[in-house]
Write a protein that binds this ligand. Structure first.
Ligand SMILES: Cc1cc2nc3c(=O)[nH]c(=O)nc-3n(C[C@H](O)[C@H](O)[C@H](O)COP(=O)(O)OP(=O)(O)OC[C@H]3O[C@@H](n4cnc5c(N)ncnc54)[C@H](O)[C@@H]3O)c2cc1C
Length: 229
């Protein structure tokens, strides 16, 4: 465990399959680190196996408390299998930079990533609408109470699942290249080319309500560079 790891996600040491072996000093098992990686994500990748082999499918996600949530059509093969309790491995990855070293061998990437193992559980009808509100608010805080709520048919057609965050690991790389001492004098540019998922200017659809632009769109525009929305 790294020195920053104070509260393991399940209150115990990492499991045999969550213990990071390769470059273990980049591992984090504490809740705060895991939550921060999940909360910065709009999507995850869900790996599972069926009679046709192994699949890894991207899908939207959000966190509430100690669970990662997903949703989708009742007709989705992935959601059907997950609802039946299939074992899954879920990953979330943020790419923070390309690391250009002086040697080809030491090129790398800066990242924050998380892997969660387990089985999803079905969110019951009594909690489904609230969970989907949380999803909308993850996309745009406050939006759930502005839009037309899901009707009975829409809710019935939607499966919501949640995965306990009690078997998870995070791995983070930061910083510059780790060149060998004998390469430090090699005359080539070395350093990090940073990357970030960046908001762009909002694109209004059709006629807009007269009572102004909501705060979350204004805020998005501000983060996009002060676009006048
Ligand atoms: C953007 C990005 C690019 C990468 N590029 C490369 C590359 O080109 N080559 C390469 O070898 N590796 C790369 N990695 C690292 C890679 O994800 C693995 O950590 C590494 O390959 C070791 O794999 P392993 O099976 O030997 O890990 P082990 O250390 O044996 O894994 C044991 C357990 O540690 C945890 N774990 C391992 N890796 C991660 C992770 N990334 N995030 C969260 N938990 C993890 C899991 O629970 C896993 O089951 C990259 C990672 C990211 C996020």
């Amino acid at each position: 465990m790294s020195s920053t790891d104070t509260v393991p996600v399940n209150g115990k040491a990492p499991s045999p399959r969550t213990r990071v072996r390769r470059i273990a000093e980049r591992a984090h098992y504490d809740r705060d680190t895991l939550y921060a990686i999940l909360d910065a994500a709009y999507l995850c990748h869900i790996a599972f196996a069926d009679e046709h082999g192994v699949h890894c499918i991207p899908t939207a996600c959000w966190r509430e408390g100690d669970h990662l949530y997903i949703h989708g059509s009742n007709g989705s093969r992935m959601l059907r299998l997950a609802a039946e309790g299939a074992q899954v491995c879920v990953t979330v990855t943020h790419l923070d930079g390309l690391v250009l070293a002086r040697s080809a061998f030491h090129h790398s990437m800066n990242y924050r990533s998380a892997m969660i193992y387990g089985a999803f559980e079905v969110v019951g009808a009594d909690r489904k609408a609230a969970a989907l509100d949380a999803f909308l608010n993850h996309i745009a805080q406050g939006r759930a109470h502005e839009v037309r709520a899901g009707n009975r048919n829409e809710l019935a057609a939607t499966t919501v699942l949640r995965l306990p965050l009690d078997e998870a690991a995070a791995k983070i790389r930061t910083g510059g290249p780790k060149d060998d001492d004998e390469d430090l004098g090699h005359p080539v540019w070395a350093g990090v080319l940073p990357l970030a998922l960046k908001p762009l200017a909002p694109e209004p659809d059709g006629a807009q309500p007269a009572d102004g632009v909501p705060g979350y769109v204004m805020e998005w525009a501000g983060r996009a560079g002060g676009a006048d929305q």
